[in-house]
Design a protein. Structure first.
Length: 251
């Protein structure tokens, strides 16, 4: 299926690693021009090199942006306007796991940082992106939530609350902008093999076993769904939450 993203300008936050890198590669493969935003500039440069290795005329600019800082999202949108003259697609993917602690033992600072990056960051992002998408006459936003945007997890209450918040924020904003041509959806990955999960083989095997498919997901499996949602092929899809989780939430 040709997603027809040639000439579309797209922002991906958290583009230096894991799922964000795979999303940037998928959008670029389909023809989009990218703004790669992250606190890890070197990682974004690596993503850009991979984009160019896959498609010689791939377009990308790198912006150092902290997802928990409102002004950094405005700078990211301005980078898209400067480089490409507008914005068509935004994928708000940057996220952190935070402290693995029981709610009664989690530090207030740890709680606030997770909410700042994972939830406030998506609000800051959309607040900056929506005027630019309106100016373009429409577009698509995909927010990366989690299966933990629909279910709980011991020792991750801040993360779980942030991801549930992302799903609610996505639905509400989708209702607000549906008539003006902006589609806003959330994607909920199961456990995906990226650095956020750490490297302990035993822990990774235990996480894999929780999924009916009995394996961890790969970043590209999330990216293909995101690229489709970002494209006009998904023209009737808005306000939705799509799991991509090997059956986790069906249990
Ligand atoms: P990752 O750790 O490989 O990548 C996260 C990226 O976000 C990194 O490039 C990191 O530098 C960047 N980042 C972290 N804090 C940032 C900040 N304050 N500002 C800007 N960028 C920041 O992790 P992964 O797995 O690729 O995660 C991407 C998204 O997917 C996150 O929102 C995560 O919560 C979500 N997710 C991941 C799952 C998994 O099992 N890997 C499962 C469900 C959701």
């Amino acid at each position: 299926m040709d997603l027809e993203l040639q000439g579309k300008a797209a922002i991906v936050t958290g583009a230096a690693s894991g799922i964000g890198r795979a999303i940037a590669l998928a959008l670029s493969r389909e023809g989009a021009d990218l703004v790669l935003a992250d606190i890890d500039v070197a990682g974004c440069e690596r993503t850009l090199a991979l984009m160019r290795a896959a498609r010689a005329d791939a377009q990308g600019v790198v912006v150092r942006a902290d997802a928990g800082e409102c002004a950094d999202h405005e700078a990211t949108v301005n980078a898209a306007l400067d480089a490409y003259g507008g914005l068509d697609i935004a994928v708000n993917n940057a996220g952190i796991g935070g402290e693995a602690k029981l709610t009664g033992e989690m530090s207030p600072e740890g709680w606030r940082r997770v909410i700042d990056v994972n939830l406030n960051g998506v609000y800051y992002a959309m607040h900056a992106q929506l005027p630019a998408l309106l100016a373009r006459g429409g577009g698509a936003i995909v927010n990366i939530a989690s299966i933990l945007g629909q279910a709980g997890w011991r020792t991750a209450s801040a993360y779980v609350a942030s991801k549930h918040g992302v799903v609610g924020l996505t639905k509400s904003a989708a209702l607000e902008y549906a008539e003006r041509g902006i589609r806003i959806n959330a994607v909920g990955p199961g456990f995906i093999e990226t650095p956020i999960l750490g490297e302990d083989p035993e822990a990774l095997a235990q996480l894999a076993a929780l999924h009916p498919v009995k394996r961890l997901g790969q970043p590209g499996e999330v990216a293909d769904l995101v690229a489709w949602l970002a494209s006009a092929r998904a023209s009737l899809v808005t306000g939705a939450y799509y799991p991509v989780d090997g059956g986790y939430l069906a249990q």
